[in-house]
Design a protein around this ligand. Structure first.
Ligand SMILES: [Zn+2]
Length: 312
């Protein structure tokens, strides 16, 4: 009996391959590989005050007759962005309704290729749905921080409770607070839309290279010059295409831990219930502060303190 050696096995297999055209499973390659489409996922958070046409709180409140028109403008703005994204190669778009009740966008009116996260409360609020699988994050319809002028409906999270929010010493609009959540998941913010002052604040915090699309210019807190509708919708679509093309080189916005949160409220009373939470201290009659090693944990505690201020 002949001794079977590795060399013999190799020779037999080679012979079979040459006769029958067998190939080794490990080196199997399709003859005409179809191009693999890489997943290209984009997350969009949509607020309402920075939507084209919106200049007054009544337009953003569901109990006002003016609301129905504004929610249509809202879905038109975001659909223009979605259209640009898909035309530029996005494979998945997730839209998070981020204003008030978070039930402003009618699901049936959103671009049918996109996923809609609707309703509230949500653990990550305006950023619910983001995770590290996305390649970019877009803010649509955002507004300037409390204390900006002229800027349409400037406020930070709660106009009734919050005077200012500082994180690591920097006063933050919602766009900065939310960009840091995206950064936490290693997702860059690639585009923002809103009034001209909000666009300026976004570039100041996130970098001058950020793609911004101004849809209106405030002339007061409740009055604005709305740019021509046709041009705005084209700018939103083209802006999204440009943002996607630049996504690979976009900067991450990451706040270094430990993070110090300082919340200044309108009244001293609005700090009182928050003081019941361990680790939270009063740093002035109207302001609370706390530190955390985890930004997301800090974001959640900040939201809880604002909710407590609102019931005080
Ligand atoms: Zn809002």
């Amino acid at each position: 009996m002949r001794k079977i050696t590795v060399l013999n096995i190799w020779l037999v297999i080679s012979l079979m391959v040459s006769i029958f055209g067998f190939s080794y499973p490990l080196s199997a390659q399709p003859k005409n590989p179809s191009p693999v489409r890489q997943p290209l996922k984009i997350f969009i958070s949509v607020d309402m005050e920075g939507i084209w046409g919106v200049v007054h709180g009544n337009q953003c409140s569901s109990d006002s007759p003016e609301y129905q028109a504004a929610r249509k403008w809202m879905v038109e703005d975001v659909n223009a962005v979605i259209q640009g994204l898909f035309e530029a190669g996005a494979t998945e778009v997730v839209v998070n309704d981020s204003h008030g009740s978070m039930r402003n966008i009618m699901a049936s009116e959103l671009d049918r290729r996109a996923t809609l996260i609707s309703g509230s409360p949500k653990p990550l609020s305006m950023m619910e749905g983001i995770d590290s699988s996305f390649q970019g994050c877009i803010f649509v319809g955002y507004h300037a921080r409390a204390g900006s002028a002229p800027a349409i409906l400037d406020h930070t999270i709660s106009g009734a409770a919050v005077y200012a929010i500082k994180i690591n010493g920097q006063e933050m609009p919602e766009l900065g607070i939310n960009a840091a959540i995206a950064g936490y998941f290693k997702v860059p913010v690639i585009m923002l839309t809103g009034d001209t002052e909000t666009c300026r604040q976004a570039q100041e915090i996130l970098g001058q290279e950020l793609v911004t699309v101004p849809v209106k210019e405030a002339v007061g807190r409740l009055a604005a010059k709305n740019f021509p509708r046709e041009k705005v919708l084209t700018d939103l679509k083209e802006g999204a295409k440009k943002a996607l093309a630049l996504a690979g080189s976009s900067r991450l916005f990451v706040l270094k831990a430990p993070c110090k949160f300082e919340l200044e409220f309108h009244t001293s009373q609005q700090t009182e219930l928050g003081l019941l939470i361990p680790g939270v201290r009063r740093v002035s009659p109207r302001a609370l502060a706390f530190e955390t090693g985890d930004y997301l944990e800090g974001f959640k505690l900040m939201r809880a303190l604002i909710s407590l201020a609102s019931v005080s």
